[in-house]
Design a protein around this ligand. Structure first.
Ligand code: CMP
Length: 300
């Protein structure tokens, strides 16, 4: 049981060696626990933006601890050293002595201090025996760093293959990667609707979409083309505030798009016109260099 003046949470990392038996339990992790923790993390508004590979790594590094009734898991105002998932039992959340609510199995908690580097915003206490999975803060940050870097590299080389961006120098491309978000779509879902306002630009990184557009000749929008991996759409949103000129409908389950909004794009990369003239200029400079080096011979 937590005593007065004693921290509810051990220091980050120090918990692990003293919990070897619990680590063993982690090694014996079955698929059910993995799915359970995954779902809990996905249900947390602050954590559900994590990529699947972050999630899997986190689940692999979690270990279980058992708390007795009345024991403090987290004490308000203390530094936060762990991210938790409640697998069995009941917890209560108290802030400034006021009861905020209860937490049931399948809840991920303790994320705020870890994500925002702040003190614990509330006290969490076991109302019954509670089985709780914990992830060490340092481990969380290491996983985030590694996977962020890996993702950065992956997107960077992917963007190199996108025709619009192919000629961009590294720094510009890296800036685009910095402001990318990933959106996931299912077959039949409208990603863009003709006539609506929009300020986002999409690059397909997995799957397929179809483009349809209204015509005077028919009541129903007509299919114009199919776009796949490496194709992009919504680029007009980068140029102007015009309404969308066509529908974009997801054509394969699990389609992934890399998304950039106009504001981010303009801030990080410059306007679309700037990008176009930059590309032209950059390609001219490259061409001149090749001619000068003799790697290209031009016969006029
Ligand atoms: P953290 O601040 O790290 O530690 C205390 C945790 O309690 C906090 O993260 C959240 O996970 C959780 N928490 C804070 N406020 C509430 C609330 N109003 N309702 C439920 N849970 C909360």
């Amino acid at each position: 049981r937590a005593k007065e003046g004693v921290s509810a949470e051990p220091n980050s990392g120090s918990f692990l060696p003293s919990c070897l038996s619990l680590r063993k339990a982690a090694v014996n992790f079955c698929n059910l626990s993995t799915k359970f923790i995954n779902d809990a993390i996905m249900n947390n508004d602050f954590l559900n933006k994590l990529e699947p590979q972050h999630m899997n790594q986190m689940v692999d590094c979690m270990f279980e601890n058992v708390y007795t009734e009345g024991q403090l898991v987290i004490r308000e105002g203390e530094p936060g050293n762990y991210l938790y998932v409640l697998s069995e039992g009941l917890l209560e959340v108290i802030q400034n002595g006021k009861l905020l609510g209860e937490m049931h199995a399948g809840t991920a908690f303790g994320e705020l201090a870890i994500l925002y580097n702040c003190k614990r915003t509330a006290t969490v206490k076991a109302l019954s025996e509670a089985h709780i999975w914990a992830l060490d803060r340092q481990m969380f940050q290491t996983i985030m760093r590694q996977t962020t870097q890996a993702r950065h590299e992956e997107y960077f080389s992917f963007l190199r293959s996108v025709s619009l961006l192919q000629g961009l120098p590294e720094q510009k491309l890296a800036k685009i990667v910095d402001c990318l978000e990933v959106d996931y779509f299912e077959k039949g879902e409208y990603i863009i609707r003709e006539g609506e306002e929009g300020n986002t630009f999409f690059i397909i990184s997995k799957g397929e979409v179809i483009v349809t557009q209204s015509t005077e000749a028919s009541a129903e929008p007509q299919e114009i083309k199919t776009l796949g991996v490496g194709d992009y759409f919504g680029e007009k949103a980068l140029i102007s505030e015009d309404v969308r000129s066509a529908n974009i409908i997801c054509n394969k389950n699990g389609t992934h798009c890399l998304v950039v909004d106009r504001e981010n794009f303009n801030q990080m990369v410059g306007t679309y016109e700037e990008l176009q003239s930059y590309l032209k200029e950059y390609q001219m400079i490259k061409l001149h260099k090749c001619i000068k080096n003799g790697t290209i011979n031009i016969f006029l």
